[in-house]
Write a protein that binds this ligand. Sequence first.
Ligand SMILES: Cc1ncc(COP(=O)(O)O)c(C=O)c1O
Length: 354
Amino acid sequence: MHGGDIYSDDCPRGRKLTDFSANSNPYGPPEGVEAVLREALGHARRYPDTAYRDLKKHILDYHGLSGTPVILGNGASEIINSAFRGLKKVVLLGPAYSEYEKSALDQGVAISWVMMKEAAGEGYSSFSFPLEEALTALKGAEGILVAHPNNPDGNVLGPEAMEALVDFARTQGKRLVVDETFFDYAGDQVTSFTEYSSQEMDLVVIRAITKFYGLPGVRFGYGLVSDPATCETMRAPQLPWNINSFAETFAKICLADRDYQRRMAGLNAAERARFGEALRTLPMIRRVYHSEGNYLLVELRDWQGIRLKEKLLALGYLIRSCHDYRGLGPGHVRLAVKRPEDNRGLVEALKTLV
Ligand SMILES: Cc1ncc(COP(=O)(O)O)c(C=O)c1O
């Protein structure tokens, strides 16, 4: 099950619905993206470069890298789907985005589960990365996938855990896959795993323009794949010209717009703090989890997430119940951080439900 399923039958038709279940940027894509459609139409009249040299150069320049192999895909999803290729067993952490498990199972890759550690207090709580358990499990597997920030809670790894994980993967020859689909939202103090992309190791860092640039319909993601042999294995089943010229043009515009990137990260951080504080004052909410993403995981006090979802649908709000995430309970829900007026509206709606 995914957020953003506004097409299902239980969503009311012909009435305004504010979608807090999907985590795409509520401010929409950078200016200029629409004007550029005309330019992209020009490009669409010929085949793209099969090697996508210019697009890959844009990506590497954006990350301050050169020479790191890049794989391009139909959203982060396609890269996630190829990241375990060639492996027999991987370590996954819970709770996490369900596609990691699906991708492993689809390819017959066995899973060793490690659960995040919850530091749960009243008010703000957080999940933390269980380094020792993860490394122990990784000894018996060939790879591990970490989401940074993690979905649904927004947790990131601290510098020591990152260093230890990278060091272990490099020295033990393990594949380290990092889903950084939501990384652009993280604060300046959080380090990206792309810092390690030029090292000699089996590291795959996954990014996309889907969430941060508010373009889930464009379907563009990429992986920075430090090991050329892994990149070849991941690319092998891809069809030629798998990225259309519109996605290529959109991706270049997004990655070049530093001003948009700064503004959006700032807006989200400020609103995440305000929204989190407002939620924390509601008696129905037991705790709000610390997040570096554009969403907040919340645990309800006496409510089940499914029932709250139904009640809120009737009031014009769609939320994500997290009962189906491994390691979470029926009272967990995830709320996207949206524009201030929408967040205030949801808080007011929650106040009417007792
Ligand atoms: C953590 C995470 N990674 C990847 C994806 C998929 O991203 P894309 O739409 O770019 O395929 C999602 C979608 O919800 C997600 O939550």
